[in-house]
Design a protein around this ligand. Structure first.
Ligand code: PMP
Length: 356
Protein backbone atom coordinates (compact mmCIF):
# COMPACT_ATOMS: atom_id res chain seq x y z
CA UNK A 1 0.00 0.00 0.00
CA UNK A 2 1.25 3.49 -0.88
CA UNK A 3 1.78 5.30 2.43
CA UNK A 4 2.84 8.61 0.90
CA UNK A 5 0.71 11.54 2.07
CA UNK A 6 -1.83 12.73 -0.46
CA UNK A 7 -0.17 16.11 -0.96
CA UNK A 8 2.90 14.48 -2.51
CA UNK A 9 0.84 13.82 -5.65
CA UNK A 10 0.80 17.58 -6.29
CA UNK A 11 4.41 18.43 -5.63
CA UNK A 12 6.45 19.97 -8.44
CA UNK A 13 9.08 17.29 -8.97
CA UNK A 14 12.54 18.45 -9.95
CA UNK A 15 16.07 17.12 -9.98
CA UNK A 16 18.05 20.00 -8.51
CA UNK A 17 21.31 21.41 -9.81
CA UNK A 18 24.32 20.11 -7.87
CA UNK A 19 26.87 22.84 -7.11
CA UNK A 20 30.54 22.04 -6.43
CA UNK A 21 31.36 20.78 -2.92
CA UNK A 22 31.91 23.41 -0.23
CA UNK A 23 34.34 21.59 2.09
CA UNK A 24 35.59 23.44 5.12
CA UNK A 25 39.11 22.29 5.85
CA UNK A 26 41.72 24.73 7.04
CA UNK A 27 44.52 23.45 4.80
CA UNK A 28 42.43 22.82 1.68
CA UNK A 29 42.96 24.27 -1.79
CA UNK A 30 39.57 24.93 -3.31
CA UNK A 31 39.69 24.91 -7.11
CA UNK A 32 36.19 23.52 -7.74
CA UNK A 33 33.69 26.39 -8.02
CA UNK A 34 35.42 29.02 -10.17
CA UNK A 35 35.63 31.62 -7.44
CA UNK A 36 38.29 34.31 -7.65
CA UNK A 37 41.25 33.51 -5.36
CA UNK A 38 41.87 37.19 -4.61
CA UNK A 39 39.74 39.49 -2.45
CA UNK A 40 37.66 42.28 -3.99
CA UNK A 41 39.00 45.85 -4.19
CA UNK A 42 39.68 47.60 -0.84
CA UNK A 43 37.04 50.13 -1.99
CA UNK A 44 34.47 47.34 -1.64
CA UNK A 45 35.42 46.73 2.02
CA UNK A 46 35.28 50.44 2.68
CA UNK A 47 31.76 50.64 1.25
CA UNK A 48 30.73 47.76 3.51
CA UNK A 49 32.42 49.31 6.54
CA UNK A 50 30.75 52.68 5.95
CA UNK A 51 27.25 51.24 5.95
CA UNK A 52 24.99 53.16 8.30
CA UNK A 53 23.55 50.60 10.80
CA UNK A 54 20.16 52.30 10.34
CA UNK A 55 20.20 51.01 6.75
CA UNK A 56 19.80 47.45 7.99
CA UNK A 57 16.35 48.02 9.43
CA UNK A 58 15.00 49.49 6.21
CA UNK A 59 14.12 47.65 3.02
CA UNK A 60 16.73 48.08 0.31
CA UNK A 61 16.30 50.42 -2.62
CA UNK A 62 13.61 49.32 -5.08
CA UNK A 63 15.08 47.58 -8.15
CA UNK A 64 18.60 48.35 -6.82
CA UNK A 65 18.28 51.70 -8.65
CA UNK A 66 21.68 53.16 -7.76
CA UNK A 67 23.51 49.97 -8.76
CA UNK A 68 21.55 49.85 -12.03
CA UNK A 69 22.57 53.49 -12.74
CA UNK A 70 26.24 52.76 -11.93
CA UNK A 71 26.27 49.68 -14.18
CA UNK A 72 24.65 51.65 -17.01
CA UNK A 73 27.28 54.41 -16.69
CA UNK A 74 30.10 51.85 -16.47
CA UNK A 75 29.00 50.08 -19.65
CA UNK A 76 27.94 53.27 -21.47
CA UNK A 77 24.29 52.23 -21.89
CA UNK A 78 20.93 53.48 -20.61
CA UNK A 79 19.70 52.52 -17.15
CA UNK A 80 16.59 51.21 -18.87
CA UNK A 81 18.84 48.58 -20.47
CA UNK A 82 20.08 47.06 -17.16
CA UNK A 83 18.47 44.53 -14.80
CA UNK A 84 20.11 43.40 -11.55
CA UNK A 85 19.54 40.10 -9.75
CA UNK A 86 20.80 37.95 -6.87
CA UNK A 87 23.72 36.46 -8.77
CA UNK A 88 23.42 35.61 -12.44
CA UNK A 89 21.64 32.36 -11.48
CA UNK A 90 18.72 34.52 -10.35
CA UNK A 91 18.90 36.65 -13.52
CA UNK A 92 19.09 33.60 -15.81
CA UNK A 93 16.30 31.80 -13.99
CA UNK A 94 14.02 34.86 -14.28
CA UNK A 95 14.97 35.24 -17.94
CA UNK A 96 13.95 31.60 -18.61
CA UNK A 97 10.65 32.22 -16.82
CA UNK A 98 10.03 35.51 -18.64
CA UNK A 99 11.07 34.76 -22.22
CA UNK A 100 10.69 31.05 -22.81
CA UNK A 101 6.98 30.44 -23.06
CA UNK A 102 6.74 28.91 -26.52
CA UNK A 103 5.78 25.30 -27.26
CA UNK A 104 8.94 24.91 -29.32
CA UNK A 105 12.09 23.74 -27.54
CA UNK A 106 14.71 26.18 -26.38
CA UNK A 107 18.21 25.28 -27.54
CA UNK A 108 21.47 25.00 -25.63
CA UNK A 109 24.62 22.90 -25.90
CA UNK A 110 24.75 19.31 -24.62
CA UNK A 111 27.80 20.27 -22.59
CA UNK A 112 27.31 23.64 -20.97
CA UNK A 113 26.25 25.17 -17.65
CA UNK A 114 24.27 22.35 -16.06
CA UNK A 115 21.74 24.72 -14.51
CA UNK A 116 20.08 25.36 -17.93
CA UNK A 117 18.24 22.01 -18.12
CA UNK A 118 17.27 22.35 -14.44
CA UNK A 119 15.52 25.70 -15.01
CA UNK A 120 13.91 24.34 -18.17
CA UNK A 121 12.52 21.44 -16.15
CA UNK A 122 11.32 23.45 -13.16
CA UNK A 123 9.51 25.93 -15.46
CA UNK A 124 8.33 23.14 -17.80
CA UNK A 125 10.05 24.61 -20.83
CA UNK A 126 10.71 22.09 -23.62
CA UNK A 127 14.41 21.99 -24.56
CA UNK A 128 16.81 20.36 -27.00
CA UNK A 129 20.56 19.97 -26.55
CA UNK A 130 22.87 20.66 -29.47
CA UNK A 131 25.95 18.41 -29.44
CA UNK A 132 29.29 20.17 -29.25
CA UNK A 133 31.73 19.32 -32.04
CA UNK A 134 34.29 16.60 -31.19
CA UNK A 135 36.78 19.32 -30.17
CA UNK A 136 34.15 20.59 -27.69
CA UNK A 137 33.45 23.83 -29.58
CA UNK A 138 29.95 25.12 -30.37
CA UNK A 139 28.80 25.02 -34.02
CA UNK A 140 26.75 28.23 -34.62
CA UNK A 141 24.91 26.48 -37.49
CA UNK A 142 23.24 24.15 -34.94
CA UNK A 143 21.18 27.08 -33.69
CA UNK A 144 19.67 27.83 -37.11
CA UNK A 145 16.48 25.80 -36.67
CA UNK A 146 12.97 26.29 -35.26
CA UNK A 147 13.12 26.95 -31.54
CA UNK A 148 11.56 28.77 -28.61
CA UNK A 149 14.76 30.55 -27.56
CA UNK A 150 18.53 30.13 -27.41
CA UNK A 151 20.98 30.12 -24.47
CA UNK A 152 24.73 30.09 -24.98
CA UNK A 153 27.40 30.46 -22.31
CA UNK A 154 30.25 32.40 -23.90
CA UNK A 155 32.92 31.44 -23.02
CA UNK A 156 31.31 28.08 -22.42
CA UNK A 157 31.52 26.20 -19.13
CA UNK A 158 32.92 23.74 -18.26
CA UNK A 159 34.86 23.64 -21.56
CA UNK A 160 36.44 27.13 -21.06
CA UNK A 161 36.27 27.72 -24.82
CA UNK A 162 34.94 31.02 -26.23
CA UNK A 163 33.16 31.90 -29.46
CA UNK A 164 33.89 35.02 -31.51
CA UNK A 165 31.47 37.95 -31.75
CA UNK A 166 30.81 37.14 -35.40
CA UNK A 167 29.89 33.51 -34.56
CA UNK A 168 27.45 34.69 -31.89
CA UNK A 169 26.07 37.33 -34.24
CA UNK A 170 25.33 34.55 -36.77
CA UNK A 171 23.23 32.84 -34.08
CA UNK A 172 21.37 36.05 -33.19
CA UNK A 173 20.75 36.87 -36.86
CA UNK A 174 19.31 33.38 -37.47
CA UNK A 175 16.86 33.82 -34.56
CA UNK A 176 15.05 37.17 -34.88
CA UNK A 177 11.79 35.77 -33.49
CA UNK A 178 13.04 34.53 -30.12
CA UNK A 179 15.15 35.79 -27.24
CA UNK A 180 18.83 34.84 -27.40
CA UNK A 181 20.56 34.80 -24.01
CA UNK A 182 24.34 35.04 -23.95
CA UNK A 183 25.69 34.10 -20.52
CA UNK A 184 28.97 36.00 -20.19
CA UNK A 185 29.83 34.85 -16.66
CA UNK A 186 33.51 34.42 -17.61
CA UNK A 187 33.93 36.95 -20.43
CA UNK A 188 36.26 39.27 -18.48
CA UNK A 189 39.03 36.64 -18.53
CA UNK A 190 39.79 37.10 -22.22
CA UNK A 191 36.49 36.35 -23.99
CA UNK A 192 34.75 38.44 -26.65
CA UNK A 193 31.64 40.27 -25.47
CA UNK A 194 28.55 40.84 -27.60
CA UNK A 195 27.40 43.74 -25.39
CA UNK A 196 27.75 46.30 -28.26
CA UNK A 197 25.15 44.27 -30.20
CA UNK A 198 22.30 45.02 -27.77
CA UNK A 199 21.56 48.27 -29.62
CA UNK A 200 21.42 46.36 -32.93
CA UNK A 201 19.29 43.37 -31.87
CA UNK A 202 16.23 43.85 -29.68
CA UNK A 203 16.13 40.12 -28.84
CA UNK A 204 19.63 39.85 -27.32
CA UNK A 205 20.08 39.55 -23.55
CA UNK A 206 23.65 39.62 -22.20
CA UNK A 207 24.08 38.24 -18.66
CA UNK A 208 27.05 38.99 -16.39
CA UNK A 209 28.09 38.24 -12.81
CA UNK A 210 30.17 39.74 -10.01
CA UNK A 211 31.01 36.25 -8.75
CA UNK A 212 34.10 35.52 -10.84
CA UNK A 213 35.98 38.55 -12.18
CA UNK A 214 34.88 40.90 -9.37
CA UNK A 215 35.66 38.46 -6.51
CA UNK A 216 32.18 38.91 -5.01
CA UNK A 217 30.57 35.44 -5.20
CA UNK A 218 29.53 35.82 -1.55
CA UNK A 219 27.50 38.98 -2.18
CA UNK A 220 25.36 37.44 -4.97
CA UNK A 221 25.22 40.11 -7.67
CA UNK A 222 24.41 39.38 -11.31
CA UNK A 223 22.92 41.51 -14.08
CA UNK A 224 21.48 41.47 -17.55
CA UNK A 225 21.76 44.03 -20.33
CA UNK A 226 19.50 44.29 -23.34
CA UNK A 227 16.85 46.28 -25.16
CA UNK A 228 14.65 48.23 -22.73
CA UNK A 229 11.59 46.16 -23.65
CA UNK A 230 13.40 42.99 -22.57
CA UNK A 231 14.47 44.66 -19.32
CA UNK A 232 10.93 45.90 -18.68
CA UNK A 233 9.57 42.36 -19.18
CA UNK A 234 12.16 40.98 -16.74
CA UNK A 235 11.29 43.65 -14.18
CA UNK A 236 7.57 42.92 -14.51
CA UNK A 237 8.10 39.23 -13.74
CA UNK A 238 10.56 39.94 -10.93
CA UNK A 239 8.16 42.47 -9.37
CA UNK A 240 5.49 39.77 -9.48
CA UNK A 241 7.63 37.46 -7.34
CA UNK A 242 9.80 39.50 -4.96
CA UNK A 243 10.10 43.29 -4.79
CA UNK A 244 13.30 43.47 -2.76
CA UNK A 245 15.94 41.13 -4.04
CA UNK A 246 19.35 42.82 -3.88
CA UNK A 247 20.29 43.70 -0.30
CA UNK A 248 21.64 47.09 0.71
CA UNK A 249 25.20 45.90 1.36
CA UNK A 250 25.41 44.25 -2.07
CA UNK A 251 24.16 47.41 -3.76
CA UNK A 252 26.83 49.56 -2.09
CA UNK A 253 29.61 47.03 -2.62
CA UNK A 254 28.60 46.47 -6.23
CA UNK A 255 28.86 50.19 -6.95
CA UNK A 256 32.23 50.45 -5.17
CA UNK A 257 33.67 47.58 -7.23
CA UNK A 258 32.88 49.44 -10.46
CA UNK A 259 34.75 52.48 -9.13
CA UNK A 260 38.13 50.72 -8.86
CA UNK A 261 38.92 49.81 -12.45
CA UNK A 262 42.66 49.59 -11.88
CA UNK A 263 42.31 46.93 -9.18
CA UNK A 264 39.82 45.05 -11.36
CA UNK A 265 42.15 44.97 -14.36
CA UNK A 266 45.19 44.00 -12.28
CA UNK A 267 43.25 41.18 -10.66
CA UNK A 268 42.17 39.84 -14.08
CA UNK A 269 45.74 40.02 -15.40
CA UNK A 270 47.03 38.11 -12.37
CA UNK A 271 44.51 35.30 -12.83
CA UNK A 272 45.14 35.10 -16.58
CA UNK A 273 48.94 35.03 -16.13
CA UNK A 274 48.65 32.17 -13.64
CA UNK A 275 46.23 30.37 -15.97
CA UNK A 276 48.71 30.47 -18.86
CA UNK A 277 51.57 29.25 -16.68
CA UNK A 278 49.53 26.35 -15.29
CA UNK A 279 48.26 25.49 -18.78
CA UNK A 280 51.82 25.11 -20.08
CA UNK A 281 52.94 23.11 -17.04
CA UNK A 282 50.00 20.71 -17.41
CA UNK A 283 50.65 20.27 -21.13
CA UNK A 284 54.25 19.33 -20.31
CA UNK A 285 52.87 16.64 -17.96
CA UNK A 286 50.87 15.04 -20.76
CA UNK A 287 47.52 16.80 -20.37
CA UNK A 288 45.26 17.96 -23.16
CA UNK A 289 44.33 21.48 -21.99
CA UNK A 290 41.63 23.45 -23.80
CA UNK A 291 42.38 27.01 -24.89
CA UNK A 292 40.78 28.80 -21.93
CA UNK A 293 39.18 32.25 -22.01
CA UNK A 294 37.95 31.82 -18.45
CA UNK A 295 39.31 31.56 -14.89
CA UNK A 296 39.46 27.76 -15.12
CA UNK A 297 41.12 25.05 -17.19
CA UNK A 298 39.44 22.02 -18.72
CA UNK A 299 41.95 19.20 -18.86
CA UNK A 300 42.31 15.52 -19.63
CA UNK A 301 45.43 13.38 -19.11
CA UNK A 302 46.65 11.10 -21.90
CA UNK A 303 47.07 8.09 -19.61
CA UNK A 304 45.86 8.70 -16.05
CA UNK A 305 42.03 8.69 -15.72
CA UNK A 306 40.37 11.90 -14.52
CA UNK A 307 38.60 10.09 -11.66
CA UNK A 308 41.93 8.84 -10.32
CA UNK A 309 43.49 12.31 -10.42
CA UNK A 310 40.32 13.76 -8.84
CA UNK A 311 40.35 11.28 -5.94
CA UNK A 312 44.07 11.54 -5.30
CA UNK A 313 43.90 15.33 -5.29
CA UNK A 314 41.03 15.14 -2.82
CA UNK A 315 43.13 12.92 -0.51
CA UNK A 316 45.62 15.81 -0.54
CA UNK A 317 42.78 18.28 0.28
CA UNK A 318 42.87 19.77 -3.21
CA UNK A 319 39.38 20.09 -4.66
CA UNK A 320 38.72 20.29 -8.41
CA UNK A 321 35.48 19.59 -10.32
CA UNK A 322 34.63 16.33 -12.04
CA UNK A 323 31.47 15.79 -14.14
CA UNK A 324 30.43 12.17 -14.68
CA UNK A 325 28.86 13.01 -17.99
CA UNK A 326 29.28 11.28 -21.33
CA UNK A 327 31.98 12.82 -23.56
CA UNK A 328 33.60 14.72 -20.68
CA UNK A 329 33.98 11.84 -18.22
CA UNK A 330 37.74 11.96 -18.60
CA UNK A 331 38.08 15.71 -17.99
CA UNK A 332 38.65 17.81 -14.89
CA UNK A 333 37.72 21.45 -14.44
CA UNK A 334 40.33 23.31 -12.45
CA UNK A 335 39.71 26.83 -11.17
CA UNK A 336 42.76 29.10 -11.34
CA UNK A 337 43.89 29.85 -7.77
CA UNK A 338 46.74 31.98 -6.44
CA UNK A 339 50.30 31.36 -7.65
CA UNK A 340 51.08 29.49 -4.41
CA UNK A 341 47.94 27.34 -4.57
CA UNK A 342 48.70 26.41 -8.17
CA UNK A 343 52.30 25.51 -7.29
CA UNK A 344 51.00 23.06 -4.69
CA UNK A 345 48.41 21.79 -7.15
CA UNK A 346 51.03 21.22 -9.87
CA UNK A 347 53.32 19.45 -7.42
CA UNK A 348 50.48 17.09 -6.45
CA UNK A 349 49.55 16.43 -10.08
CA UNK A 350 53.19 15.73 -10.90
CA UNK A 351 53.23 13.06 -8.17
CA UNK A 352 49.90 11.56 -9.22
CA UNK A 353 50.75 11.34 -12.94
CA UNK A 354 54.31 10.22 -12.25
CA UNK A 355 55.93 13.09 -14.17
CA UNK A 356 58.84 14.28 -12.09
N1 PMP B 1 26.71 31.02 -15.61
C1 PMP B 1 27.74 30.18 -15.65
C2 PMP B 1 28.21 29.68 -16.98
C3 PMP B 1 28.37 29.78 -14.45
O1 PMP B 1 29.39 28.91 -14.48
C4 PMP B 1 27.90 30.29 -13.22
C5 PMP B 1 28.57 29.89 -11.92
N2 PMP B 1 28.16 28.70 -11.36
C6 PMP B 1 26.80 31.14 -13.23
C7 PMP B 1 26.23 31.51 -14.45
C8 PMP B 1 26.15 31.64 -11.98
O2 PMP B 1 26.96 32.47 -11.24
P1 PMP B 1 26.37 33.43 -10.11
O3 PMP B 1 24.98 33.00 -9.78
O4 PMP B 1 27.31 33.30 -8.98
O5 PMP B 1 26.38 34.81 -10.72
Amino acid sequence: MDKRPEWTAHVRRVTPYVPGEQPNETDMIKLNTNENPYPPSPAVFEACHNLDPAAFSLYPELSAGSLVRSLAAYHGISEREVFVGVGSDDVLSLAFLTFFNADKPILFADITYSFYPVWAEVYRIPFACMALRPDLTIDPADYDRENGGVVIANPNAPTSIGMTVSQIEDVIRANPGVVVIIDEAYVDFGGETVLPLISKYDNLLVVRTYSKSRSLAGMRIGYAMGNENLIQALNDVKESINSYTINTASIRMGIASLGDEQYFQENLQKVMRTRERVKEALREMGFDVKQSQTNFLFVSHHTVPATEIFEKLKQRHIYVRYFSKKRIENYLRITVGTEEQMDRFLEAVREITGTF
